[in-house]
Each structure stands twice: as structure tokens, then as C-alpha cells.
Design a protein around this ligand. Sequence first.
Ligand SMILES: Nc1ncnc2c1ncn2[C@@H]1O[C@H](COP(=O)(O)OP(=O)(O)OP(=O)(O)O)[C@@H](O)[C@H]1O
Length: 362
Amino acid sequence: MSDGMHVISAPTFPLTLESVVKDFGKTRAVDGISLTVGPGEIVAMVGPSGCGKSTTLRMIAGLERPDAGRVTLAGRCVAGPDVWVPAERRGVGLVFQDHALFPHLTVENNVGFGLPRRSPDRTARIREVLDLVSLGPLAGRYPHELSGGEQQRVALARALAPRPPIVLLDEAFSSLDRGLRAQIRTDTVAILRHTGTAAILITHDRDEALATGDRVVILRGGRVEQDASPDEAFHHPATRFVATFVGDAVFLPAERDAGMLHSEIVEVVAPRGLGHGAVEIVARPHEVTLDAGGPGKGEITALEFQGAFILYTVTLKSGLTIRSLQPHELRLEIGARVSVGLAPGITPSLLVDGVRPAPSVF
Ligand SMILES: Nc1ncnc2c1ncn2[C@@H]1O[C@H](COP(=O)(O)OP(=O)(O)OP(=O)(O)O)[C@@H](O)[C@H]1O
């Protein structure tokens, strides 16, 4: 610019959704979702069946047309009022649960499918992405000659080959068995990070979402219930629904008195401006302590062996049941009386009428 001003250009986000809506007849599948995915960011989208995950992904890919709102990919509006760019011209990478490989094409031809036929670097690019997923030696095989994990890697290589702004993974690991699944997921994330490719990963599995995403977007009824880091969603859930969706949660009703919140097992200072409404203190079972000495306010009413830990169900005097996750060193029988508390250093989150109070109260 001639006046000497520096122009700082806005970063180009791989993906922006603005108030996107999709109806199927009378069903509102997606109800005004807004979302941004930053460069190289991996976003896990999670929520119960029917919450709109796949429909959202299909609108990003161009397989469904939004009824309202706007989809922008790498700075280009691809869906909006009067704008519609079809799937084949969006350049989005897709990886599905069933891998969707072409059975009559070899691995290398599957990988090269999205690359222009006459591109001079086509062969080199196929080699490069096959090496990236460690499948170079299998380039000439057909999909039916590969294991499930290898097929998944071919699908990833095919999605990455055209250097897409974003890769969309729809339940991409669900068909793999448990042990393999964790390994392939780790490898996939490493490859996405290595190439700096942004991704949205759709999953039913909360542990997968928390382990994989830089951010987790929790959907419910076609809306974003919370969009936060895994740590934030786990420790400061926006709603009661999120609290239970991202992990096992213990809700302790609390009474207000003289600036304190009193629950059956713990007291905490009431933050200023907490507002009116029913307050609950939220804890996780691994934060609930049990002490077998003394009279105790609770009684062990069930226990469940969970590998490295035992999950105890404790019934308190009021009849409220809570859960506590304990190492095997603590051996308690059903019927044992215990004192119950919260581990030192824990600042439990609060809900007022089922919703996290505004951050300004803390
Ligand atoms: N083609 C369609 N026609 C009619 N209704 C549809 C269609 N696709 C999805 N729906 C409905 O839209 C809502 C959202 O579906 P969607 O598949 O996006 O959910 P989801 O979160 O991906 O679910 P799941 O985890 O079970 O795959 C559901 O109520 C579903 O029944």
C-alpha cells in the first residue's frame, strides 16, 4: 500500500462453518452449527447417534447441500446462499469406515484416483504418499489382498494424495478391532501432523475423541453443546450432558450457605455472582476418595473390577449413590462403611440448573 500501512492478512482457515442448517423433511438434522478448523488442527466431532455428525461432514464434503448458512474451505465459499461447489471440485480428503476402496484397482491406482491423469508428478506423488503410510511394497496389490489396517492406510493415502486443505474421517477406525484400532489411530494422527493437514474426525467413541483431537466438538440434537480442548471439556463441562458424555461423572447437589456450597461429601467456596438455580458440584470417580477408617457416611453397595482399578458404588446417607475409582491396594467389601471425600487439590466444576456458570463468576 502506498501510505506505508502494513496490511496483516487474516489467516486462511482450512474450514469455516457459519450457522449451517440441514433439514430432512420435518427432521432438523443440523441446527445452526458454526465451527472453525485452524491450519493443521485436528478436531474430533463426537456425539450420540443421530446428533448430526455425518450430515455435517457430508455438507463440508459437498455430498449434502445446506438449507442455510455458509461453508468456506481454504478461504473459498463452497456452499452458501447462491453458491454451490460440487464435491468433486472441493478437493476435500475423505476417509470412511468401510475404506471405500475401488476393488478393481491396485493400491497405487486407488491412491492416484484423485490426481490428474496427465500430471507430470503423478507417479512421484503416489510413491510419496505410499511411503508416508509405509505401503510402498504393496503398491501392486488389490484391496482384497490387504488386511483391514492396510486398507485403512490406503484410504488415508488416497485422501492425502491431492494435498487437500482438510481431511474428513468418518468413523474411520470403527471397523478395526480394538488393539489395531488404537495403533492405526495413532499412526493416522502422526501422518496428519507430519503433513500439517487439518482434519475432522467423527467418532462415537469419547475416548477416541479426547485422545485424538486438539479440540473436541460435542454435538447434541444438531447443535454444538461444547467446542473446547479435551482438557477443558473433561474438567469444565459446559453442560450436564457434556459432563456425562466425555466421562463418568458424579453430581453432588449443593446447598448455599454463608458463601459456601455444601454437598454431602465436600464443601467449596461459592464463586461470586453464581446466580440462582440448583447447584451441583461435578466430580469424576477418580477424584472421589474413600477411607475405610471411622464411622463413615457411606456404604459400599457394589463394586466392579475394571482392570487396573476397581469402581466402587457408594450409597450415602441421603440415598444418593456415587462412584469412586480406586487402585487394587484398597480392598473394600460390599457392606463396608467408608468416609467419602474429594482428592486434595481438586477444584470441582459447578453446574447451575445443569449449565456451567459464565466464566466471569470465577
Ligand atoms: N438422508 C436422510 N433422510 C432423512 N433423515 C436423515 C437423513 N440423513 C440423516 N437423517 C436424520 O438426521 C439426523 C442426523 O443424522 P446423522 O446421520 O447426521 O447423525 P449422526 O450423528 O452421524 O448419527 P450416527 O452416529 O448414528 O451415524 C438423524 O435424525 C437422522 O435420522
